[in-house]
Design a protein around this ligand. Structure first.
Ligand SMILES: [Zn+2]
Length: 234
């Protein structure tokens, strides 16, 4: 294997590693952001459950107040009943009392139901609170991990950038300028390995002359533009 090929293979390896570390550095904040979004969703859910609980409580309170008002009304009617001056008046008041008593019995059922709803919503609020706590902890944990890894990743990137710069020295002239354009656009994919005679970027066979050129250490660009190199053992 020629020095050129060893050099290009080395350059490709360094660029790949640099790409991975850069991606890892970029991935951290994205993951924190995603967890932040989950936390905000849980917070919105909690707010809506709390509001529903508030409404359910108000509804139960309203019904309890209605019941009390009706009970007062019935007590008033009972007093009137005793003071009724005629059978007709007595029957009318008695009928009102019966109707109000039925209404109150319906109200009592509704109050029980409303209180059950309040209990259920209380549980739902508790669960939503747990969800908020959990998502917040996950966000904080990831944010801490990302912050802790940042300096290390940045220094790895600096070291790799120095090594890449050094490895790039095997290229000169037009080839170097061509490579620069490619690496700016594609990163490590600026270089493509040749599998036998097939470019692993475009999957088209290179010409026998190109393969001979590669074997003899020439700088060869594929028709798909990529800088070709021969991987280990090929
Ligand atoms: Zn190609």
């Amino acid at each position: 294997m020629t020095d050129m090929n060893v050099g290009l293979r080395n350059l490709h390896g360094l660029l790949s590693k640099l790409g991975e570390v850069r991606e890892e550095l970029a991935r951290g904040p994205r993951q924190v952001k995603a967890r932040e979004a989950l936390m905000q969703k849980a917070e919105a859910e909690l707010a809506s459950k709390r509001e529903a609980l508030k409404q359910a409580k108000a509804s139960a309170d309203r019904k309890a107040l209605d019941l009390k008002t009706n009970e007062g009304k019935i007590a008033g009617l009972r007093a009137k009943l005793n003071a009724a001056s005629s059978n007709k008046e007595f029957d009318i008041i008695k009928g009102q009392i019966e109707a109000d008593t039925v209404a109150n019995s319906v109200l009592e059922d509704e109050i029980l139901e409303a209180l059950e709803t309040v209990d259920r919503m209380q549980i739902a609020v508790g669960e939503a609170e747990q969800q908020v706590t959990q998502t917040r902890e996950e966000r904080d944990k990831r944010a801490k991990e990302v912050a802790a890894a940042e300096a290390g990743l940045k220094s790895q990137i600096s070291e790799l950038e120095v090594k890449v710069k050094d490895a790039e020295k095997i290229l000169s002239g037009d080839a170097a300028a061509n490579y620069r354009r490619l690496v700016d656009a594609y990163g490590a994919d600026a270089l493509a390995a040749v599998d036998g005679t097939i470019c692993t970027n475009c999957y088209v066979a290179i010409t026998p002359q190109m393969r001979v050129g590669l074997n003899s250490g020439k700088v060869i660009f594929c028709n798909c533009s990529r800088l070709l190199f021969v991987p280990e053992g090929k």
